[in-house]
Write a protein that binds this ligand. Structure first.
Ligand code: GDD
Ligand code: MG
Length: 345
């Protein structure tokens, strides 16, 4: 399998640690940047590709260099495509498919992985990906499904059928009735109460020639433009100047029929680390002296003393130039702080 890491995103949901110039995948929140953890996982599957933006080249190269120290010249096994501007994930995947087709790799299986997720059960995850690869050989785009726990509107939802397509060592692949990207709250609530839906983990496993045919069928304009890409990617800038910005979820996944899709529901300790609430649920944070209070969380300086009096369920994020305090459950609203700061610039 050819593991591909998509790393061109620029969220600010973990402000003040993540910034425009320092997106989440490069932030050191769990001991190592999420992109490094993703790369290490992918190196266990094959020789990875990274598709990212030119603006993140320095950070990407630093990360690769740091990884080379880890033994067998890992950095050199990694191929990187730098996009001149971010056009979201559909053009990134299409360009990658074109480059692989040019290398005669149409029959290879690709796994596309976001660079900014945490996966705590890595061995279980690798088994799931291996199983998904076997299913993808039968010309299906395979998604990995997570059991939903609340009506999140920032995820895709996969409506699965009940009879399995393939069954191996405790894992099952199901055909998919429909893929719904980022429903509104009402729809998400309906999906949860109805049952039979999984969250999309944002990971896609497919055969290169199959994905190319799906682009040709569902996004003919984009595929036409990408088809002009040279094997050395030297004209990527010209092509990217024309292509539409759209995610693979809207461009392809939502358009696929039952026969073209599959879902493998699995538990591999997945989190997309989409908020400080998510971080607080995943790790302990700094030690805090709590007086008449509890359940607080601090992400800050290891050498600093933190104390909180009469406070409950508060998240504190302390960096060199910014301090943020938020009540647990409201950390998605950090985007309003970022909006205010951006407007003030
Ligand atoms: N190369 C490249 N170029 N990568 C990009 C670009 C781009 O223009 N835009 C985003 N990415 C990368 C991000 O860095 C991330 O690793 C991955 O692609 C997914 O993009 P997100 O922007 O984080 O997607 P999302 O979180 O809104 O939604 C996706 O993930 C959810 C799970 O976290 C969808 O696949 C949802 O269906 C899914 O539930
Ligand atoms: Mg994301």
């Amino acid at each position: 399998m050819i593991p591909v890491i998509l790393s061109g995103g620029s969220g600010t949901r973990l402000w003040p640690v993540s910034r425009q110039q320092m997106p989440k995948q490069f932030c050191d929140i769990f001991g190592e940047p999420l992109q490094t953890l993703t790369l290490k996982r992918c190196l266990r599957m094959g020789s990875p590709w990274i598709v990212t933006s030119k603006a993140l080249q320095t950070l990407t190269e630093l990360n690769l260099k740091a990884n080379q120290g880890d033994g067998a010249n890992q950095g050199e096994a990694v191929k990187v495509v730098y996009e001149p501007v971010g056009k979201n994930t559909a053009p990134a995947v299409a360009a990658l498919c074109k480059l692989l087709l040019d290398q005669g790799k149409g029959d290879e299986i690709v796994g596309v992985f976001p660079s900014d997720h945490l996966i705590t059960k890595e061995d279980a995850f690798l088994k799931v990906v291996e199983f998904a690869s076997a299913v993808a050989k039968e010309n299906r785009v395979v998604t990995l499904g997570i059991t939903p726990s609340y009506p999140e509107t920032g995820y895709g939802y996969i409506q699965t059928k009940t009879t399995s397509l393939k069954d191996q060592a405790g894992l099952k692949a199901y055909s998919v009735v429909k893929f719904h990207e980022k429903p509104d709250l009402k729809k998400a609530e309906e999906f949860i109460s109805q049952g039979g839906f999984s969250w999309n983990a944002g990971i896609f496993v497919f055969k290169v020639s199959h994905m190319a045919s799906l682009f040709e069928k569902h996004q003919p304009t984009l595929w036409n433009q990408i088809s002009a890409l040279k094997a050395d990617a030297s004209n990527l800038g010209d092509i990217y100047a024309q292509v539409q910005s759209i995610s693979i979820d809207y461009a392809i996944m939502e358009k696929l029929s039952e026969a073209e899709l599959a879902c493998v529901p699995a538990d591999f300790g997945w989190s997309d680390v989409g908020s400080w609430d998510a971080v607080a649920a995943l790790q302990k944070g700094q030690d805090i002296i709590n007086v008449k209070g509890k359940d607080n969380f601090v992400f800050g300086e290891p050498t600093k003393n933190y104390s909180m009096i009469g406070l409950e369920d508060v998240i504190v994020v302390d960096t060199k130039d910014a301090l943020m305090l938020v009540k647990k459950g409201q950390s998605q609203d950090v985007r309003h702080v970022v909006e205010t700061l951006t407007q003030a610039k």
